[in-house]
Ligand binder design. Structure first.
Ligand SMILES: Cc1cc2nc3c(=O)[nH]c(=O)nc-3n(C[C@H](O)[C@H](O)[C@H](O)COP(=O)(O)OP(=O)(O)OC[C@H]3O[C@@H](n4cnc5c(N)ncnc54)[C@H](O)[C@@H]3O)c2cc1C
Length: 387
């Protein structure tokens, strides 16, 4: 007998859903691409918001465990211009009820809360096919083939293999990349980062480019270089990110950050371990599809968006919504649960995608930080009036 629910993907969305189903006594299995729980995931620190990510962790009975790792001190946020001058800091230094946690720690908390036999590692979904009776068959690259589920949840991220069975929509390239790199505690420049940047995040904006720094749980810094480049900038060979020195030289050149402050260029001069993050988003108008019996999408698989600090929170909110609906309707009426979940998810998704596009335009405004600062000030005035 197959469990009732197959979850494809053991990211924040899939594992939160698994944990919530576990608590509700609903049978499930997770199929994950990674070879084991030791695989290191990419991506840095995540801020977990009160009404979404934190709520899901509370419902999952994991909030106290989360608090052991949560870093409230790293919620501080500042904006600088390309001369490195700090031009804006929200009240309280930007401190918010959105503590940071490293992705790897969040994953471990979730993994520790689920029986290990419920996760099938090294299962890369190749495709979902549907037989003449409407049963969905999962085919994996390791040759495994399974079926018999009442529901298959695609929580397999931006490049979901489940998505094509539900919608023709695909993520669109935004025109922008972040190039991620690190300054680890052993790096000679690390003490300067500690004294000049300190806790939290610093966003340096100018001439439609960004240098963003974010302190991680181990004290290291991630650096994100925000640039507008063709979709195949990395894949097409314009830059070889494995060649650290030539990558640094390219970003220090007149094509990118040459006319930025030396203090900021020093971050590039000392950056290591460059990785690409090409920014895609699902078209907001695609956030509505005809329900497909026995299949749904959640998290980035449903609604990958350009960065706005909500991606992981939205993914965990999806998991909470779906688990709640399944528990309310029972697995015998699971398609009804999915219809209600998708209505709720579409609304959240459209807002999330549009927010990402709007924030991206403000961050990469040709006049530097002015537009983003004015946006923050207006939002603060609204918040003050409504409180
Ligand atoms: C560099 C970087 C920085 C980010 N920073 C932030 C941030 O600060 N705040 C924020 O809110 N969001 C951030 N995001 C976005 C956030 O990480 C995502 O929105 C969030 O992880 C979505 O969770 P998910 O579980 O839906 O998808 P994912 O995290 O992508 O997880 C998908 C899972 O599915 C697995 N998988 C994929 N394909 C298959 C397959 N074919 N078969 C089986 N398994 C598969 C993957 O291995 C993975 O475990 C960042 C993303 C990146 C890349």
């Amino acid at each position: 007998m197959s469990p009732s629910i197959a979850i494809i993907g053991g990211g924040p969305c899939g594992l939160t859903l698994a944990r919530l189903l576990e608590r509700k006594g609903i049978d499930y299995v997770v199929y994950e691409r990674d070879e084991s729980d030791a695989s290191v995931r990419r991506g840095g620190s995540l801020d977990i918001h009160a009404g979404t990510g934190q709520l899901a962790l509370k419902e999952a009975g994991l909030f106290d465990e989360f608090l052991k790792y949560a870093r409230y001190e790293d919620t501080v946020f500042r904006i600088a211009n390309q001369q490195g001058e700090r031009v804006f800091q929200p009240p309280e230094g930007g401190r918010r009820d959105a503590p940071e946690i490293d992705r790897i720690q969040l994953r471990q908390i979730l993994l520790d809360s689920i029986p290990s036999e419920k996760i099938r590692w090294n299962h890369v979904l190749k495709s979902v096919t549907t037989d003449k009776d409407g049963h969905h068959i999962l085919e994996f690259t390791n040759g495994a083939s399974v079926s018999g589920f009442k529901l298959v949840v695609g929580a397999d991220g931006a490049w979901s293999k489940v998505r094509a069975s539900i919608t023709q929509a695909k993520p669109k390239y935004s025109g922008n990349h972040y190039i991620e790199s690190r300054i680890n505690p052993g790096n000679p420049y690390h003490p300067t980062m500690v004294s000049k940047v300190g806790a939290g995040s610093l966003a340096c904006l100018g001439s439609s480019k960004e240098i963003i720094t974010q302190r991680q749980g181990d004290g290291s810094y991630r650096i994100y270089l925000g640039i507008t480049v063709p979709e195949d900038f990395v894949r097409g060979g314009t830059v070889d990110l494995t060649d650290t020195e030539s990558t640094r030289q390219l970003f220090l050149s007149s094509e990118f950050f040459e006319d930025w402050a030396d203090e900021l260029k020093d971050m590039i001069r000392h950056s290591e371990d460059f990785r690409p993050w090409s920014l895609y988003y699902m078209p907001p108008e695609a956030m509505s599809w005809k329900p497909v019996a026995g299949l749904t999408l959640a998290g980035d698989a449903a609604h990958v968006a350009t960065p706005n600090g909500e991606g992981v929170n939205c993914a965990m909110a999806d998991a909470l919504s779906l688990a709640t609906k399944i528990a309310a309707h029972g697995t015998d009426d699971i398609d009804r649960a999915v219809i209600e979940y998708e209505e709720d998810m579409f609304e959240r998704a459209v807002e999330h995608i549009n927010d990402g596009l709007k924030l991206g335009a403000l961050m990469r405004h040709k006049d530097g930080p002015v537009a983003l600062i004015s946006f923050f000030k207006t939002a603060m005035e609204h918040a003050a009036k409504s409180s």
